[in-house]
Design a protein around this ligand. Structure first.
Ligand code: DAT
Ligand code: MG
Length: 132
């Protein structure tokens, strides 16, 4: 079975949306294979967002993702990476369709409440970082 890494970000956890987000994945057809509440440290956050190091918002992004607990999950299902990204919606909630998680629950790109790996290699890299 295909799998991917999904994380409810600190804003989603603080807003009490873990349950709703887990339900979205379950209703779509995914199985939650593992899950835990955890706190990312600076190094983990910088490694997680390594591909964005050059961006002007990198510091803000790392500060945000380490600002409180996140809810990390391994989700399993057919074409897990692509189906999860479709369910999560576009990076900018302004462009995310209603019916997607970001489209329904977020308004600002800097706090878009959920992360999903963008390809199989990164999914395995991220699962390896957080589930050992
Ligand atoms: P995604 O999370 O959809 O895979 P990404 O990997 O390009 O998007 O960016 C990671 C996160 O960085 C994104 O979820 C929110 C933040 N981000 C992206 N673009 C941003 C911007 N222009 N300003 C502030 N934060 C941004
Ligand atoms: Mg990404």
């Amino acid at each position: 079975m295909d799998r991917t890494f999904v994380m409810v970000k600190p804003d989603g956890v603080a807003r009490g949306l873990i349950g709703k987000i887990v339900t979205r994945f379950e209703e779509k057809g995914f199985t939650i294979a593992a899950a835990k509440l955890m706190q990312l440290n600076q190094l983990e956050a910088e490694r997680h967002y390594d591909h964005l190091r050059a961006k002007a918002f990198f510091g803000e992004l790392v500060a945000f993702i380490t600002s409180g607990p996140v809810f990390a999950m391994i989700v399993e299902g057919k074409d897990a990476v692509k189906n999860a990204r479709a369910l999560i919606g576009a990076t900018n909630p302004l462009e995310a369709a209603l019916g997607t998680i970001r489209g329904d629950y977020a308004m600002d790109v800097a706090s878009n409440i959920v992360h999903g790996s963008d390809n199989d290699e990164n999914a395995e890299r991220e699962i390896g970082m957080y589930f050992r």
